[in-house]
Design a protein around this ligand. Structure first.
Ligand code: CTP
Length: 391
């Protein structure tokens, strides 16, 4: 049921911590990848070895143990689809509600931008404490799911509300949240579209026939799949996601410089001019008696190549417009640019490509494999491209 999903379980220091061993097994039985982090106090109630064996993953307790280039709390936060904090003590609830990050667990929640379920468990008087209730209200308003504790006999000897809710309730709430997730939810995707415009003088420019339709179809599709989309385009368009209008190749590069580090994926569907005029004229160039004039062009930055050189974790996808020897040229281009995927289209055909609503492309992968997509409307092609990239 949950294969491909990672559930991050946060255990805090309450007696109900022992029950979480069974919760881990429930998620494991549903084929989820389970990661566990604990507050240091939780270790008074369960052992690291037990949790490690049940989850089949390292258990995180200490901050500042850095497994890869990312700080540990960011790795945990980025690597899971949902976080379940159970049992959540009054102490941890109050820290999270106030943005306090003084251990691994509270730091991870602060950096976590996907659904968080909190299942409190504590003494009934602590549960009724006004500060705790105010903090829970705050968390609910921030979008956290709070699964209230149940009434009953408490480990401290009291009778009242404070028992951890049924594990099935926690499990079902997590499954429900995960099933509502869209496949590209939380992916930050930048897409470029349109042909760049390189001014010659105030009334003339060099550009190309790119309509921006493929890039916009990709951006619309990514948005409908839940992605956080940033469209950098030379074509004006109004969308429910971020649209940044640019004109020249250098403006497009500046827009990418500002946004690239925080992106998960960049798709360069724009037709970027390879050259611009060396000296843009401030005034309109007047006709003279000469039969010829010369425009000197200088090279524009190769944006795609540059992104591939500086990329860390991003998936970088290029497009390749060719009028002859499509696959041969595309193979050379993917290795020369160094991108993860290259979408090759044949611009010599009138029924597809530039200005058309249809396309027929081949997707080249870094590993040398090639997948041909049959002719289809650009939205179908866009969806198939995302299926290929995100599996
Ligand atoms: N591209 C880029 N910067 C450039 C030129 C192209 O980022 N200055 C990107 C395009 O957005 C596209 C890919 O590189 O994703 C390939 O573009 P294409 O025009 O097919 O190739 P070029 O590198 O320009 O090579 P050529 O024009 O010689 O085919």
């Amino acid at each position: 049921m949950l294969s491909g999903k990672t559930v991050l379980i946060g255990i805090t220091g309450g007696i109900a911590a022992y029950k979480i061993c069974e919760l881990i097994r429930m998620f494991k039985r549903a084929n989820a990848n389970v990661k566990v982090i604990c507050t240091p106090n939780a270790m008074n109630f369960v052992t690291k070895l037990t949790l490690q064996n049940l989850s089949q993953n390292e258990v995180g307790i200490e901050e500042f143990e850095i497994p890869d280039f990312k700080p540990e709390h960011i790795s945990y936060a980025d690597g899971a689809d949902i976080m379940v904090i159970a049992p959540a003590t009054a102490n941890t609830i109050s820290k999270i509600a106030n943005g306090i990050c003084d251990n691994l667990l509270t730091s991870v929640v602060c950096a976590f931008h996907k659904p968080v379920i909190i299942a409190p468990a504590m003494n009934c008087n602590m549960w009724q404490n006004q500060a705790v209730q105010e903090n829970l209200k705050k968390l609910a308003a921030y979008g956290y799911t709070i699964l209230e504790p149940e009434n009953g006999f408490l480990a401290c000897g009291y009778e009242g509300q404070g028992r951890l809710c049924a594990l099935e309730k926690i499990f079902d709430a997590a499954v429900k949240k995960l099933s509502q997730q869209k496949p590209l939810e939380w992916e930050k995707i930048i897409i470029t579209a349109g042909g760049t415009i390189e001014d010659i003088d105030p009334v003339r420019y060099i550009s190309n026939y790119s309509s921006g339709k493929m890039g916009i179809a990709l951006a619309d599709t990514a948005y409908s799949l839940g992605a956080d989309v940033h469209l950098i385009t030379t074509v004006s368009t109004q969308k429910p996601y971020v649209v940044e209008k640019v004109k020249s190749a250098r403006e497009m590069q500046n827009a990418l410089d500002e946004t690239f580090q925080n992106a998960d994926c960049v798709i360069m569907a724009a037709a970027v001019a390879d050259y611009r005029v060396k000296q843009q004229s401030e005034q309109k160039i007047k006709k003279t008696s000469d039969e010829e004039i010369t425009l000197t062009l200088v090279k524009n930055p190769d944006i795609l190549k540059h992104l591939c050189e500086i990329k860390t974790h991003q998936t970088v996808v290029g497009f390749c417009a060719e009028s002859e020897n499509l696959i041969e040229n595309a193979k050379e281009k993917i290795s020369q640019k160094g991108c993860d995927y290259l979408i090759a289209n044949d611009i010599s055909r009138k029924d597809i490509g530039f200005s058309s609503d249809y396309n027929e492309v081949s997707i080249l992968k870094k590993d040398g494999s090639i997948k041909k997509l049959e002719k289809a409307d650009k939205y179908t092609i866009a969806r198939q491209i995302f299926e290929e990239i995100y599996g």
